[in-house]
Design a protein around this ligand. Structure first.
Ligand code: NAG
Ligand code: NAG
Ligand code: NAG
Ligand code: NAG
Ligand code: NAG
Length: 490
């Protein structure tokens, strides 16, 4: 008993100490000399973030796609310019306001008389090579819904680019494809005035991100702020998706049921685990979220900010619908294993993700595997941009992990890494890398080379590859983490 009490006192003492130290740091932060301030600022910028945030940072391409290389309005054009020391924003845009005047923003569609149940917001920007999944995404939303359901939601497509020529091109296509839906008010297309952006030239480079990336994600935050503001009165709920996702059939019904099932107050429901896809809010909160995103627009990417906002609004846990209702296009996992839910989550402790070696976009592929995923470490994670990984257990001889490409590819380098610094034993011990070149179903493959822990190949790679297969050649009792897959096409 006495021992317990001492123990308790000890804990309290340590906590108190921790608080005092923090207060001192914050004091210094506000009152210290300039040098101290800079030091603390640097510490804050570099240390205080959670690994998850680093991961999310890398997911820029999963939120708005590869167009991230396009400098946004007001951005510096010089890609390689990286300032060495963090620059304080001399005029933090606390006063920055974003107005969304519906009549001015609306390019196509009309306002319905009655408020809808749900607004589906889709920001879209120009992609490299003018690849547009937007039309497919919208079509698949329509296909996945019944006519009655279509009366209950509205799709808002936000063309988030100050490029009138591009906007006109997209509108032309949208007119052709969705005239009925535009006529009925089911689809609205909007754009924003250039004044929603402020000057991006002197932003703080948090996370040691390049100037270009900071500008890119700052623009993205302002875009969301505009879209949210625009949508605040359209419906009761709002869900954000991206322009390159595929919805599950009956997604609308599942969303309604999930909302109905909630018994406690919530701020955000998650219908996907990637970036800013499938986050659902009460529309009444959109105005607040919009202000919040503007206020902190240059510090962190939107999905991080939303994670914090959950906590600010006292939702301390994620409320996630399983399975995801929105798949990121190009990489569709075939794994539908329920067994993962039976596994005790405490059996293996959660691991923090850490940065991948390369940030590249792999060729579009379907991932198929018969390995059993642990928790949310799903098969397509290492294949996507972002720092998530695939963690599987019960690894037996013959298990495979197939990457089946949408069309044949020529690769100059293959880099695949297994294991993790926190779990150094969870590597592939005995495996083979196989390659298919003859058919798009990946039925016939030949062995490229053995695979132990890491696979790197940058010569003698066959042309016109249709699939790559990692095959396990011996049972292993250790679990397997596939950490990173980078396939270089040029
Ligand atoms: C910051 O980024 C630069 C260039 O990208 C890199 O050389 C440097 O090591 C990074 N610093 C830290 C502390 O990560
Ligand atoms: C939404 O409605 C409120 C209250 O009528 C109004 O003040 C606000 O401007 C409206 N927002 C938009 C974007 O129309
Ligand atoms: C492990 O895999 C083997 C072969 O794939 C299977 O027979 C066995 O049932 C699996 N065990 C578990 C616990 O899933
Ligand atoms: C791959 O390279 C070969 C030889 O250079 C060429 O014939 C083929 O068209 C290329 N395939 C693709 C998909 O680029
Ligand atoms: C290839 O596999 C698919 C299913 O995986 C099967 O439907 C098809 O018949 C196979 N084709 C050949 C040529 O074996």
């Amino acid at each position: 008993m006495r021992f317990k009490r001492h123990y308790l006192y000890g804990v309290i003492l340590i906590l108190a100490g921790f608080i005092v130290i923090n207060v001192v740091i914050i004091e210094k932060h506000t009152h210290g000399t300039k040098m101290e301030k800079d030091l603390v600022a640097t510490l804050f910028d570099r240390k205080s973030h959670h690994s998850r945030q680093i991961r999310l940072l890398q997911e820029r391409d999963t939120t708005l796609g590869p167009e991230s290389d396009q400098p946004a309005y007001g951005m510096q054009q010089d890609k390689n310019k990286v300032t060495e020391t963090p620059v304080r924003h001399d005029k933090p845009p606390i006063e920055h306001r974003i107005e969304a005047i519906p009549e001015q923003a609306l390019l196509r569609g009309k306002f319905r008389k009655l408020k809808s149940y749900l607004t589906i917001g889709i920001p879209s920007v120009r992609r490299q090579g003018d690849m547009m999944y937007l039309y497919d995404t919208v079509s698949s939303l329509l296909r996945a819904s019944t006519d009655t359901e279509k009366n209950d939601f509205v799709i808002v497509i936000y063309l988030a680019q100050q490029d009138q020529k591009w906007i006109q091109e997209v509108l032309l296509k949208i007119d052709k494809l969705f005239s009925t839906e535009i006529e009925s008010g089911l689809i609205q297309v909007i754009s924003s005035p250039a004044k929603i952006y402020y000057d991006f030239t002197h932003l703080i480079r948090t996370f040691n991100d390049s100037t270009e990336r900071v500008q890119w994600r700052t623009k993205q935050n302002l875009d969301y702020a505009f879209l949210f503001k625009y949508c605040e009165n359209l419906s009761t709920y709002y869900i954000n998706i991206e322009d390159d996702v595929i919805p599950a059939k009956g997604f609308f019904n599942s969303i309604q049921n999930f909302i109905r099932r909630q018994s406690v107050d919530w701020f955000c429901l998650d219908f996907s685990s990637i970036g800013f896809i499938g986050k659902l809010f009460h529309s009444r909160d959109l105005n607040l979220i919009s202000h919040y995103l503007i206020l902190f627009s240059y510090f962190q990417p939107a999905d991080n900010l939303i994670d914090y906002m959950k906590k600010i609004t006292t939702q301390f846990k994620d409320i996630r619908h399983k399975p995801s209702l929105f798949q990121h296009r190009g990489v569709v996992s075939s794994l539908r294993d329920k067994k993962q839910l039976i596994i005790d989550k405490l059996f293996k402790d959660q691991i923090a993700v850490s940065q991948k070696k390369y940030v590249i976009e792999n060729p579009k592929a379907n991932i198929e595997t018969d390995m059993i995923a642990y928790d949310h470490y799903v098969p397509n994670s290492p294949y996507l941009v972002g720092n998530d990984l695939f963690w599987a257990f019960n690894i037996t001889k013959g298990n495979y992990y197939k990457m089946i490409f949408e069309k044949p590819v020529n690769l100059t380098k293959i880099y695949i890494n297994t294991g993790h610094e926190k779990k150094p034993h969870d590597i592939l011990y005995n495996g083979e890398m196989k390659v298919g070149t003859s058919d798009l179903k990946c039925n016939r493959t030949e062995t490229l080379a053995d695979f132990h822990e890491t696979f790197i190949l940058d010569q003698s790679i066959p042309n016109d590859i249709t699939c790559l297969v990692i095959e396990v050649t011996e049972d292993q009792k250790e679990w397997l983490i596939i950490r990173e897959i980078a396939l270089f096409q040029y």
